[in-house]
Ligand binder design. Sequence first.
Ligand code: HEC
Length: 126
Amino acid sequence: MKKIIISLLALTLFGLAACANASPIEPTPTPNPMVVQGQKVFNAHCATCHALVPDTIIIGPSLSGLATRAETRVEGQTADEYIQMSILRPGDYVVEGFNNVMIANFAKDLTSEDMNALVAFLLTLK
Ligand code: HEC
């Protein structure tokens, strides 16, 4: 009898362990349409000078990790504000080691919808 109880216990424990290991199957998250639009704007207007892979300089710095460092750039500016400013007034804060050659007419070229989408995309670059 004792043997049966022990083996039942062992089976239960084994079963629990097996359940804990089974990873839940989750559906692919729906891409945020604004972020998708923002990436298109990025590819069309920014990718000529900015890489998205780390430590890769084209003409401007890589924007990998931008969303994380953006809020540390200018005191008093949130990541969102810094990113907007660095697109609309790139000369206000010039990244160390680079020249202020970023085109400053994006404000005229981009619709406000494209601009918002672009910022939403850039904020995903953690
Ligand atoms: C002609 C090349 C060029 C183009 C096109 C360009 N940039 Fe830049 N960008 C630069 C350079 C050079 C710098 C570094 C100097 C500075 O801070 O202005 C920079 C800096 C930045 C920074 C600051 C990065 C940091 O680490 O603080 C952001 C953000 C940025 N660009 C976003 C964009 C976006 C978004 C676009 C497209 C709308 C764009 N850039 C288009 C050349 C460019």
